[in-house]
Design a protein around this ligand. Sequence first.
Ligand SMILES: *[C@@H]1O[C@H](CO)[C@@H](O)[C@H](O)[C@H]1NC(C)=O
Ligand SMILES: *[C@@H]1O[C@H](CO)[C@@H](O)[C@H](O)[C@H]1NC(C)=O
Ligand SMILES: *[C@@H]1O[C@H](CO)[C@@H](O)[C@H](O)[C@H]1NC(C)=O
Ligand SMILES: *[C@@H]1O[C@H](CO)[C@@H](O)[C@H](O)[C@H]1NC(C)=O
Ligand SMILES: *[C@@H]1O[C@H](CO)[C@@H](O)[C@H](O)[C@H]1NC(C)=O
Length: 537
Amino acid sequence: MTQQILLASLFILFLQKWLFENTLVYKQYDQVKDILRQMNSLVLVNYYNNRNHFSSYRSFRFDLSKSQVQLNETYCNQSDTFKFYHPDIVLKDIHTTRDTDDLTQEIVQSISFIKITNYTEGKIKNKSVVPEVLTIPFNYYDSYLTKTNTGLSAMCLFQKHNHMRGRQQLAYKNELLNNYYLYVDRLKKMPEICSTNVTYIPKSYRLWLKDECSAFFEYINTPEYEQKFQKQGPQFISKLGLEVHRGAGITMLFQKETQQLIKEYQNGQNCGQISKYVIAQKYINNPYLFKGHKIEFRIYFIIASTYPLIVYAYDSSLIRRCATPFDKFSLEKSSHVCNTAIVKKKIEGQDLDEDKQFFISWKLDYLQELLLKQKKIKSKKWLEEYLYPKIHTTIQHLIMSTQHFFDIDSKLSEFFGVDFMLTDDLQIYVLEVNSNPQLLKTTPERVVQNTKLVKDILEIQVAYLRSKYVRLRSLIKSFLANQPTIQKFEKDFKEAYKDKLEPEFPISSNNLFRKIVDKNLKDSKAYNDLIQTKCIL
Ligand SMILES: *[C@@H]1O[C@H](CO)[C@@H](O)[C@H](O)[C@H]1NC(C)=O
Ligand SMILES: *[C@@H]1O[C@H](CO)[C@@H](O)[C@H](O)[C@H]1NC(C)=O
Ligand SMILES: *[C@@H]1O[C@H](CO)[C@@H](O)[C@H](O)[C@H]1NC(C)=O
Ligand SMILES: *[C@@H]1O[C@H](CO)[C@@H](O)[C@H](O)[C@H]1NC(C)=O
Ligand SMILES: *[C@@H]1O[C@H](CO)[C@@H](O)[C@H](O)[C@H]1NC(C)=O
């Protein structure tokens, strides 16, 4: 009996406290709005501010910023205030959008989805309006970052976007290579051991740079090159830079193709005059073979935040094989380059056939079993102890070589897929990095896998957003109770705005993403101890 009374009075006390706090907050509506406005202003000054970018300078491809969404100066003030008073919008629901009609749209639609009407159809010039409840825009295009009509005020305190600027520094082959070589140079000034794992890109010549171009043509005119070519087959492939993916723009430098290149560059005479982003890259001609075919595997990773830098890599991986059996002398491109685009051309068939035929597995475990059977490895922990660390540290180096291009902000994130090849002696090389990789629905299995993948990404987005929301909300309440100095306001805000998971929003244990970078942690711990403290830039 007494226990019940105690419980009841405790409950009443709790209710009173809750009512008191909340009415207090409602009474202070104008102050709340003002605090949020000040926070937004701090963000504009200290973090990503799209207003700085879209007018004078754009390095984005226009066709990656298509959607027409209208926002105005008051959008974030309204959206943030609305969410402050309706915590369920952030803490219970997911309000997301997808601008393209694809599998990802079907998936996010099944979770929670806001349809933003397309008013641009026909002659109507009206632009769509973004709803205030939007929390996790999951668009294909990055217009929220780049278009003038959205740029004014897109991305509020309580939103997490799936794009960021700087992603093309990884995704464009020419930039990837530039960044790799700059990184290699910087590492040369550090202890020698720091360069150990930075060998994931085969020797390359950037033909738009006069010196490297000349060196390349000099080399292919040597007897050494000629001898190797006769004995080992093609020595180089050429790749086009910028955003060319899925096998397009890749040429095996067989005899005829080499002659064409020699002609185009006048055997090196034209070096320095041709600014096209052509890369000549050493061809790795000892691939690991699956039933006689070369294979490649794609590892998905997300930059979950850039304030601080947080990166997750996916445990499942798309393993594919080349269309035709590998032979280093084969003149078939599809024997050397296993890419969907090329494979499709080769088969003249449906995506479906292609996918079934060339898709090997969704798990690297399969590779381990195969290697065990073939006695190429002995340990059943090979994946955990060798391959995953190798993959993860390669992604860490990819990030380290490009991180200075990322805008620092906890509102930003990005999704990537990196294609690796495996050599016969079990080394890995990066073939290319795709941002926004396509998620196909070619087979029922692929739909299941990709659905899990998108849900896993969203879970991470949501967990970080909710964590930040809870921190900022309690900060606002504390500011209402005790008016802070400007310094304290700024300092506390910057701390609360930093992405990190609060204990009440853990990532579920069956989420297949694993954290591989977390700059909330110190020194080599930030890199799961895969990169030594003295090697961190
Ligand atoms: C909305 O917030 C911005 C800062 O993000 C501020 O410059 C602007 O004055 C605010 N507008 C209103 C109407 O409060
Ligand atoms: C800005 O947008 C809000 C809601 O989307 C609207 O209520 C308001 O009138 C707009 N303000 C201007 C100046 O267009
Ligand atoms: C909106 O409509 C225009 C005109 O029909 C079309 O070009 C555009 O692709 C549509 N956008 C979306 C996101 O559906
Ligand atoms: C477009 O905007 C005009 C003027 O603001 C309005 O009268 C009209 O109803 C709008 N059309 C649509 C389809 O929303
Ligand atoms: C090289 O990578 C391995 C993982 O493959 C890691 O264990 C090792 O610490 C790295 N070495 C250096 C010097 O970073």
